[in-house]
Design a protein around this ligand. Structure first.
Ligand SMILES: [Zn+2]
Length: 172
């Protein structure tokens, strides 16, 4: 009950903060996000916060380890083909639990679509940072394979939880 109250109170504060803004009211007419971000479900990795964006600006898919399986492809297809988004970012992050679990061959009831996906890319790599970059880059390649005619940009980046800095592919 305490948890639910925290959510209800939070939503009420949110309504107070945004409800009078014209750009927010306008969103009822449709969304035109300028970027599609695929990132981890990790609670410390919040694209709207990290990129200082607001409602309607980012189309976001979050899965543990920013892994893209078939269900995620459907969301990507919607974003790039129906919303016409011309920039796709796969955002990995430091201290990623999914990458850590893959390195250490952890098992779970439903984890295999995520962990096996990462493991197939990183193989015996033990360095978490290198494995994280390998995984993000592999997800980029996968999107490119699945959407060969996409004319927008697709790249990866790394969010550093310690510095809050996003390092883009070109700088890695
Ligand atoms: Zn993660």
């Amino acid at each position: 009950m305490e948890i639910k109250k925290r959510l209800i109170d939070g939503n009420n504060s949110f309504i107070k903060r945004v409800s009078n803004k014209a750009e927010v009211k306008n969103l009822v007419n449709g969304q035109h996000p300028f970027a599609l971000v695929i990132t981890c479900s990790d609670s410390r990795v919040i694209p709207e916060e990290i990129f200082n964006c607001s409602l309607g600006e980012l189309f976001i898919i979050r899965t543990a380890g920013n892994v893209i399986n078939e269900g995620e492809l459907a969301s990507i297809e919607y974003g790039i083909e129906h919303l016409n988004i011309k920039y796709v970012l796969v955002l990995g992050h430091t201290h990623c639990g999914a990458v850590h679990a893959s390195i250490h061959d952890e098992k779970g009831t439903y984890l295999s679509p995520i962990l096996d996906n990462i493991k197939a890319t990183i193989k015996d790599e033990q360095d978490e940072l290198i494995a994280t970059l390998m995984n993000a880059n592999r997800q980029v390649e996968y999107i490119k394979e699945k959407f060969p005619h996409y004319d927008g940009e697709i790249e990866s980046a790394l969010y550093d939880i310690e510095t809050n800095k996003v390092i883009f592919e070109s700088k890695i």
